[in-house]
Design a protein around this ligand. Structure first.
Ligand SMILES: Cc1cc2nc3c(=O)[nH]c(=O)nc-3n(C[C@H](O)[C@H](O)[C@H](O)COP(=O)(O)OP(=O)(O)OC[C@H]3O[C@@H](n4cnc5c(N)ncnc54)[C@H](O)[C@@H]3O)c2cc1C
Ligand SMILES: *[C@@H]1O[C@H](CO)[C@@H](O)[C@H](O)[C@H]1NC(C)=O
Ligand SMILES: *[C@@H]1O[C@H](CO)[C@@H](O)[C@H](O)[C@H]1NC(C)=O
Ligand SMILES: *[C@@H]1O[C@H](CO)[C@@H](O)[C@H](O)[C@H]1NC(C)=O
Ligand SMILES: *[C@@H]1O[C@H](CO)[C@@H](O)[C@H](O)[C@H]1NC(C)=O
Length: 597
């Protein structure tokens, strides 16, 4: 009783204090306009003011004890997807297994990073996704498990329940225990309002489909059919992202942001990161060195963190030598192990007789962000007839055969372990393989959320400081094509069978003439997009002997005072959208960093 009462008083006092200290939402950490205005030295320098970067910057500066500088290549500008302006201009290498097609690598280039431009689907992977990270640590003492990271999801995310009438009409159930509801956190998870009543018959039919589980809420770490949230402010439906949650509203003398500036490399002296070289965007010659007393934190995202490492002399010996860079740490995992989700834009049908759309009597206005229902299914549910054969085939493969020729043995070892883990997960349902979002129409963009192919992000040896070379290598492990075929067949069975059989769904895309597995595979090679803009894995947290780049503390192997805190540390991608996981990683990292301060 006493405890609770005093906690309440403290919260109220803190809130009053906040209101007095931050009269305007336009307050924020100090912006440094020019390199000349920088201090000579900070306790922490964060490379990248994106999703993870601003989160960790907030946490490290909040006590007032440390000086923190975040450096961001993008501009401080209005959020939103504006290709070439708020995204990088990167096109991937032609992908031979996908008919030589190239793809846009549309990651965020703006203060707030990819969270400022993303699709705002906001969810977690399964418990198995995070336990896999523990298993791939090779250590019994790992703290990278579902149980452990759950606390950081709770700390990092402010859940707001759906309006009651919406929840009732759409059968939205949620697990408050799994969410936590940190009132101090301004990164919101809110249910979409723009739900189409047409989704209800599709929901009911998926619920009844054999093999499909229906957890109360995906936030509890289970997969199946569930309603997911959106990163949206519940009051005005605006985007909730790392800038609104972790930068706007801060007024801290000890925290500075330098936008429109590029970190070229980390300065390493006697095996220790002591600062960075930075230059204004577009002027490589105007270099300033800024020193870091305690640590340099790389948060440049999975596409650019490997580049900064390599330009600093940390990476595979061969790649560095080709680019004319002195090797300080031979770390072949840098830029390897690249993963993203794969999808097919449209598998679509037309009803012969559309199911009746329920009449809803709601006070909640059904306008706003839509699509909030997803089926996240393991391979056994997707394909009860073939999952065992797929698992056997994956386990039996020689790992080296599916990585680029000459891949270092340590990287091959890590991939072999990931393959075994996925082969097991195909049987035990601990990982989802299909993600299928359902809206009001009989269509789906099936996503393979655990591809078994691995790509690379490398330096351009001709111009190492220029844009990196992204090679998705989707389908380089041919089992990914087989998996995609099964995902399409699952949707076909669901939409034409079970409770939906009576509505006579006619296939529009790919069409009834694409019938056999061979025909579907050929069609898939021409339609798969190897990215849902969820790049991860290029500076993986794994043992060095398994091709890892950072250790359990997120410290880079072979050098002191240098850590990575962003999507690149994920050893394996999670079976859901990635941003919420990045926030959790950043929250956990902030604790790790403070503990060693
Ligand atoms: C178009 C799009 C749609 C997406 N949709 C969803 C979705 O619906 N749901 C979801 O959960 N996730 C989604 N994601 C993915 C999610 O947003 C990312 O996984 C996450 O934001 C990555 O966070 P990060 O901190 O690793 O990298 P980022 O947030 O990308 O931050 C990296 C930052 O570093 C900066 N930087 C890079 N190099 C340098 C350098 N040398 N010097 C200085 N700064 C540098 C970059 O400009 C960038 O701002 C989407 C992403 C995109 C791009
Ligand atoms: C992308 O290209 C456009 C047009 O050339 C350019 O103005 C913009 O600065 C580029 N964006 C980035 C992030 O480099
Ligand atoms: C709604 O969810 C509850 C609990 O998960 C379930 O028992 C019920 O069948 C669902 N209703 C519909 C219409 O699907
Ligand atoms: C519903 O919301 C939309 C968008 O916010 C708004 O334009 C519209 O007027 C609202 N409708 C009602 C009935 O409140
Ligand atoms: C590498 O850089 C050179 C020089 O800028 C450029 O001509 C070439 O196209 C780049 N290579 C790739 C694969 O992007």
């Amino acid at each position: 009783m006493t405890l609770k009462a005093s906690a309440l008083i403290t919260t109220a006092a803190a809130l009053a204090g906040v209101a007095a200290a931050y009269p305007s939402s336009l307050q924020h950490a100090k912006i440094v306009g020019r390199q000349e205005e920088l201090l000579e030295e900070y306790d922490y320098i964060i490379v990248g003011g994106g999703t993870a970067g601003l989160t960790v910057g907030d946490r490290l500066s909040e006590s007032g004890e440390y000086t923190v500088l975040a450096i961001e290549y993008g501009k401080l500008e209005r959020e939103g997807w504006r290709p070439g302006q708020t995204t990088y201009n990167i096109t991937s290498l032609p992908n031979p297994e996908l008919n030589d097609r190239s793809f846009s690598v549309g990651i965020g280039c703006i203060v707030g990073g990819s969270s400022a431009i993303n699709g705002q689907v906001f969810q977690r992977g399964t418990a198995g996704d995070y336990d896999a990270w523990g298993e791939l640590s090779g250590s019994e003492d790992t703290t990278w498990t579902w149980e452990n990271i759950l606390g950081y999801f709770k700390k990092g995310i402010h859940f707001t329940p759906p309006p009651e009438d919406l929840a009732e009409a759409f059968n939205i159930t949620y697990d408050l225990d799994a969410w936590g509801q940190d009132p101090e956190t301004k990164i919101y998870a809110t249910y979409a309002r723009g739900l189409s009543p047409g989704v209800i018959p599709l929901y009911d039919a998926m619920r009844n489909f054999p093999g499909v589980d229906v957890p109360t809420d995906g936030a509890g770490g289970q997969n199946g059919l569930y309603w997911f949230t959106t990163s949206m402010d519940p009051d005005d439906s605006s985007r909730s992202y790392s800038r609104t949650g972790h930068w706007d509203g801060l007024d801290r003398e000890n925290y500075e942001l330098l936008p429109t500036s590029k970190v070229r490399k980390v300065v390493i002296e006697d095996g220790r990161a002591v600062g960075v070289e930075v230059h204004p965007r577009g002027n490589r010659d105007d270099i300033t060195v800024v020193k870091a007393r305690k640590e340099v934190i790389l948060a440049a995202g999975a596409i650019h963190t490997p580049q900064v490492l390599q330009l600093s002399g940390i990476g595979g010996e061969k790649a560095l030598e080709e680019a004319g860079i002195d090797v300080l740490v031979d770390l072949p995992g840098v830029g390897a192990n690249f993963q993203d989700h794969h999808y097919i834009p449209s598998v679509s049908f037309r009803w012969t007789t559309a199911p009746e759309t329920p009449e809803l009597d709601l006070t909640t206005n059904l306008t706003g962000r839509g699509i909030a229902l997803g089926a996240f299914l393991g391979m056994k549910a997707v394909s009860p007839d073939t999952y065992e054969a797929l698992s056997d085939a994956l386990e039996a493969q020689d790992a080296a055969e599916y990585l680029p020729a000459g891949t270092h043995a340590t990287v091959v070892e890590g991939y072999a372990r990931q393959k075994s883990l996925y082969a097991r997960a195909m049987r035990d349902n601990s990982l989802s393989f299909l993600e299928c979002m359902l809206g009001g129409s009989p269509s789906c963009s099936p996503q393979n959320v655990h591809p078994v192919s691995r790509g690379t992000v490398s330096l351009n040896a001709t111009d190492p400081e220029g844009e990196v070379i992204v090679d998705y290598r989707a389908g380089s492990n041919p089992l990914d094509i087989d998996i995609m075929v099964e995902l399409v067949k699952f949707f076909r069975r669901y939409i034409t069978g079970g409770d939906l059989e009576a509505y006579g769904a006619q296939e529009v895309s790919p069409g009834a003439d694409v019938g056999t597995d061979e025909e579907l595979a050929a069609w898939a090679r021409g339609t798969i997009i190897p990215s849902v803009y969820h790049p991860v894995g290029t500076a993986a947290k794994m043992p060095r002997e398994w091709g890892g780049v950072v250790d359990e503390e997120l410290l880079v192997y072979g050098v002191e005072g240098l850590s990575v805190v962003d999507a690149s540390i994920m050893p394996t991608i999670v079976g859901g959208t990635t941003s919420m996981t990045v926030y959790a990683i950043a929250e956990k990292a902030a604790d790790l960093i403070k503990a060693r301060a």
